[in-house]
Design a protein around this ligand. Structure first.
Ligand code: DC
Length: 220
């Protein structure tokens, strides 16, 4: 069984997807971490993130692997490094590169072939797993998302203002929604959930109820 959870940054989809996977006893795939890891590899190389050919070369040469909850880039655990503001800033540019998407979509489908999965990203229901049994698009107002992201960043010691975080979110949304390839959007058959006024627990419960209802319907 494949469950896809797509949505914009700060919608709570990563936390929700991780918890849901735990509750269902299946694997969790954070596809944003894969795009971030390639963005980190681009930063570490001399390539500019806007140089299509150079970024394609980096994407073809890197080896990505998940081990437990950690993501490894060329055998090195980069789980913390991929969350820096520098990586975040270029990740949506790198994610619009066709070769990057081709390489990562292929890897994601290979992971999907290995068994049940809750996978989260921007295009999991629309492009990567169009046949997924359950598809969700988790979203929230830009104000709610900026507040959540700001809280997380402040807890990590960042001094960015709420306004700056909101501006950066808008820029990333705009790049993710307007790119030519696999733009962020709900799959036609996705259940859309607005989490602006919901707790993480409430969202997970709602997703589980939908899955349980759907599983009963298919079983009868
Ligand atoms: O979810 P995130 O913030 O970790 O994602 C990092 C970037 O990768 C984000 O700008 C969008 C991009 N991304 C994508 O294009 N497709 C995915 N399936 C997942 C992430």
């Amino acid at each position: 069984m494949i469950v896809t959870i797509d949505g914009p940054a700060g919608s709570g989809k990563s936390t929700v997807a991780r918890l849901l996977a735990q509750q269902l006893g299946v694997r969790f795939l954070d596809t944003g971490a894969m795009y971030r890891a390639v963005a980190l590899a681009v930063l570490k190389s001399d390539a500019s993130e806007t140089d299509e050919q150079a970024v394609a070369t980096v994407a073809r040469s890197v080896e990505l692997r998940f081990q437990d909850d950690a993501i490894h880039l060329n055998s090195q655990d980069v789980s913390a490094e991929i969350r820096t503001p520098e990586v975040t800033a270029i990740s949506s540019v790198v994610a619009s590169n066709p070769t990057v998407r081709e390489c990562l979509v292929h890897q994601q489908r290979c992971i999907g072939e290995q068994g049940s999965l809750v996978t989260e990203g921007r295009d999991q229901g629309s492009i990567v797993f169009p046949g997924a049994k359950f598809k969700f698009f988790v979203t929230a107002s830009v104000d709610a998302r900026a507040r959540r992201r700001h809280r997380e960043l402040v807890a990590k010691g960042s001094s960015l203002t709420l306004e700056t975080v909101k501006t950066q979110l808008r820029q990333r949304d705009s790049r993710d929604e307007n790119r030519e390839l696999a733009p962020m959007k709900p799959a036609a058959d996705a259940v859309v959930i607005d989490t602006s006024d919901l707790s993480i627990g409430q969202v997970v419960d709602e997703l589980r109820r939908t899955i349980e209802r759907g599983s009963e319907t298919t079983a009868t």
